[in-house]
Design a protein around this ligand. Structure first.
Ligand SMILES: [Zn+2]
Length: 192
């Protein structure tokens, strides 16, 4: 009796499994497969321009950026919006690892250059490479500030100020939403 019940259950699960399979086969293919997806960048399957290894400069139209970025990233990266202080995911993060541009994957900062602030945004005293970012004069809101944009895709990242700690005295005040954090692997021995 027990065997029959086991058999019935097994047959039932096989049937359910087959039904699931055929349902998947019947579904229309996602339109995104029409694009050259960067298969190695699992977190950004909708953004074919995202790469953590390609440093080639990206010049894309606003319409393309709107299509490949999430609305929140798009607003900050392409329209220069600023996330609310203390609202981002990295302002008080302390883990060891690397921060990349959330729009294109460009390597921007190491956690070693991050310092604790009370401003509510993740802050760093230096970039990974001098050309990781570019600078623009920003005279908006009646202030003279230096805007920081991604060196690869020109995404707005935040601003840099001269009240940072040694050794640079700089404070790169960034928006968490335009940063992607990759923690170091346990065997990793610092920056590569
Ligand atoms: Zn970028």
């Amino acid at each position: 009796m027990k065997f029959i019940s086991y058999l019935a259950r097994t047959v039932f699960f096989i049937l359910v499994f087959m039904a699931t399979l055929s349902a998947c086969n019947g579904a229309p293919p996602p339109t995104i497969t029409q694009k050259p997806i960067a298969m190695t960048e699992k977190q950004h399957p909708a953004n074919p321009y995202y790469s953590r290894t390609d440093t080639t400069s990206l010049t894309l139209s606003d319409a393309v950026w709107k299509e490949v970025l999430t609305p929140a990233v798009y607003e900050v990266a392409r329209h220069g919006s600023t996330e609310q202080a203390f609202s981002g995911k990295y302002w008080d993060a302390e883990a060891r690892g690397t921060y990349f541009c959330a729009a294109c994957g460009n390597k921007l900062f190491r956690s070693d250059a991050k310092f604790a602030t009370t401003c509510g945004w993740p802050s760093f005293f230096e970039t990974v490479r001098p050309n990781s970012v570019l600078y623009r004069k920003d005279s908006s809101f009646g202030m003279e500030r230096t805007e920081v944009v991604c060196g690869r895709c020109k995404a707005h990242l935040g601003h840099v100020f001269d009240d940072g700690p040694p050794p640079t005295g700089k404070r790169f005040c960034m928006n968490s939403i335009v940063l992607d954090f990759e923690p170091d692997k346990p065997s990793s021995k610092g920056p590569q």
